[in-house]
Design a protein around this ligand. Structure first.
Ligand code: FDA
Length: 318
């Protein structure tokens, strides 16, 4: 119930207007967001690299509602890619397609993405396409396939284990050597599209991670210059049981550790991130930054009720 309400609030314009007016909300969001500027984000990545972790940078923004705003977001992501290329940071970039026009016009979104991939490819930078609500999945995968047909190798996608379709999407994508980040899924989905029970989404997660790890036994490890590319299998979760499952299975099939990348969100389970690094696994932290933090922040509150009490106690103390 609470989760559904918070996910609803994450998309409600009135709630965004209300919450973002308060300085304490911005301060609380800083637990999950590296800051508002590229400089803030680069400082966070520098700190992560110093302790042996990789990063993926996300310029926050989604559901852009006019073509000019989509063009501006595309320009700003291109600028991020330029600055990343000029740095020594070990990071790639994550993008939401609704930020660059998916909900306005698929052709426009495709054109914007193509420009960004060309730009990133010139610098050897990998781009991950995040997965948004289920209404976007078909178009997102369609665009991904068109990018591969156009010859881009520096691109991967995200699959959400709570969707019934994801197991079959995984088999299809793995046949084409797709770099997949597997996550549970952060949106509210109807029972005809997604497992209503968390335990079923967890079982689906293990099943898809199993498929990804198997496929990885045949893949070449791809590292490109100073920017580490992710392997085929990126396991995106903070759930110790899912992580243990993947580790155990990878070890059973004698998959080298560098072929299993664990990915986590900035500010969440830093202890577990550090533990995995000490065990020799690649760990990549998703580092969001920018002024459009509201929906991202609300999804993080929705994932864990304790975060909400942290937020409310901050509010009460003000
Ligand atoms: P689960 O929710 O079961 O949490 C397991 C444990 O992790 C909790 O017990 C708690 O300790 C900790 N935890 C989880 N969330 C927390 C939070 N918000 N605050 C504090 N602790 C928390 N989703 C999506 O739909 N599309 C996408 O593209 C992405 N991209 C993405 C990238 C990366 C790198 C990650 C790690 C996650 C995503 N997600 C995502 C989000 C994902 O779908 C999911 O909502 C969150 O990862 C939370 O689920 P867990 O797998 O961590 O498990």
């Amino acid at each position: 119930m609470m989760r559904a309400f918070l996910v609803y609030l994450s998309q409600a314009a009135w709630a965004r207007k209300l919450v973002t007016r308060f300085r304490f909300a911005r301060q609380t969001a800083r637990r999950f967001v590296a800051g508002e500027t590229i400089e803030d984000a680069f400082r966070a990545v520098t700190d992560l690299n110093a302790i042996g972790m990789l990063a993926t940078l996300d310029l926050l923004g989604e559901h852009t509602n006019d073509a000019n705003a989509a063009a501006e977001a595309t320009r700003r992501i291109a600028d991020l890619i330029d600055k990343l290329a000029a740095s020594e940071l070990k990071s790639n970039v994550s993008i939401k397609l609704t930020q660059i026009g998916l909900k306005l016009d698929e052709a426009l979104c495709e054109k914007n993405l193509k420009g960004l991939l060309q730009h990133a490819a010139q610098h050897g930078i990998f781009v991950r396409i995040d997965m948004e609500e289920s209404a976007c999945v078909e178009a997102t995968l369609r665009i991904y396939h068109r990018m591969r047909e156009a010859g881009f190798e520096n691109v991967g996608v995200v699959l959400q284990s709570y969707l019934y379709r994801s197991q079959s999407d995984a088999m299809d994508l793995l046949q084409q050597g797709t770099h997949i980040r597997l996550v549970k899924g952060a949106y509210m989905e109807p029972p005809d599209r997604a497992f209503p029970k968390k335990t079923d989404a967890d079982d689906s997660f293990d099943h898809i991670s199993d498929l990804m790890l198997h496929e990885s036994t045949n893949s070449q490890s791809s590292h490109n210059g100073h920017v580490a590319w992710p392997p085929i299998a990126a396991i995106g979760t903070h759930d110790s049981a899912r992580i243990e499952f993947a580790k155990k299975h990878a070890s059973e099939i004698e998959l080298p550790k560098e072929k299993v990348e664990f990915q986590m969100l900035y500010g969440i389970r830093r202890d577990l991130q550090a533990q995995l690094v000490s065990e020799g696994y690649p760990v990549r932290v998703y580092v969001p930054f920018g002024t459009e933090w509201y929906p991202y922040f609300m999804r993080r509150l929705a994932e864990r009720p304790a975060n909400l009490w942290f937020f409310i106690s901050n509010l009460v103390r003000k």
